[in-house]
Design a protein around this ligand. Structure first.
Ligand code: NAD
Length: 247
């Protein structure tokens, strides 16, 4: 059945792949991103391929901006049935170098941004007694990651938020799951590789059991399933899409 789906961070990487996939499955899609031009380009591409798609320049850490953009989605497409939160930032800083400002911004985007995005759409789903929520956490929240204490703390928070909300909403036909990606080849990881913050791609592939980098499409495939009617008995789960890394 066709639904209205909102994807945050849809201007790039896995968010973009998820938006394309959900549009390909005939859902109407709203693409939110801080980079409004990238979101608009992506929405235009989806419309060219016959989908109903709109874009909004949104900083997910700004609740008023999230609420305002969702009102425009409701007016254009209808109540929201699917929410996927892929907007996120990373930073590599030794623990003693993390400033309170850097810590706060990481929390504001990755964790509070997820909270805003979910809290603002849950009333639509409660009214429909149906909903699918997928958050994007990280395998690093299972393993830990040096020089990423703030980032990993936010992703651990996303997992806790996801599991708690799943229990609260389960009786109402709404599922809430998180995907914990391993190493996925996106703009975020390419930038980290260029800065020397992570080993080069080949070294990471060599220690990945499936011997390739993950792609946005790998994440999108898992996400599309979690958003489907068929996935109604799956909630509160962390789905690890990581090429077989044991975490
Ligand atoms: P990406 O940089 O390609 O895409 C992230 C998008 O989020 C960008 O378009 C960016 O503009 C947007 N964004 C950043 N701050 C925002 C804000 N305040 N409001 C709205 N949009 C904002 O990165 P990606 O690899 O696709 O990452 C997607 C998600 O997956 C992130 O949450 C990231 O932490 C997580 N993740 C990535 C990997 C990986 O290996 N790439 C692994 C684990 C988890």
């Amino acid at each position: 059945m066709k639904r209205v789906a909102v994807v945050t961070g849809a201007g790039s990487g896995m968010g973009l792949a998820i938006a394309r996939r959900l549009a390909g499955e005939s859902h109407d899609v709203a693409l939110f991103d801080l980079a409004g031009d990238a979101a608009e380009r992506a929405a235009a591409e989806l419309r060219t391929n016959g989908a109903s798609a709109i874009a909004a320049a949104v900083d997910v850490s700004d609740r008023a901006a999230v609420d305002d953009a969702l009102e425009r989605v409701r007016a254009a497409l209808g109540p929201i049935g699917i929410m996927v939160t892929s907007a996120g930032i990373d930073r590599f800083e030794a623990f003693t170098d993390i400033t309170p400002e850097s810590w706060e911004r990481m929390l504001a985007v990755n964790l509070t941004g997820t909270f805003h995005s979910l809290q603002a759409v849950v009333p639509d789903m409660l009214a429909a007694n149906w909903g699918r929520i997928v958050t994007i956490s990280s395998s690093s929240a299972q393993s830990g990651a040096a020089n990423m204490a703030h980032y990993v703390a936010t992703k651990g928070g996303v997992i806790g938020l996801t599991k708690s909300l799943a229990l609260e909403l389960a009786p109402r036909g709404i599922t809430v799951n998180t995907i914990a990606p391993g190493f996925i080849d996106t703009a975020m990881t390419r930038r980290a590789e260029e800065r020397g913050d992570v080993p080069n791609l080949d070294a990471i592939i060599a220690r990945t059991p499936v011997r390739r980098a993950g792609t946005g499409d790998d994440i999108a495939a898992a996400c599309a399933f979690l958003c489907s009617e068929d996935a109604g008995y799956i909630t509160g789960q962390s789905v690890n899409v990581n090429g077989g890394w044991y975490l």
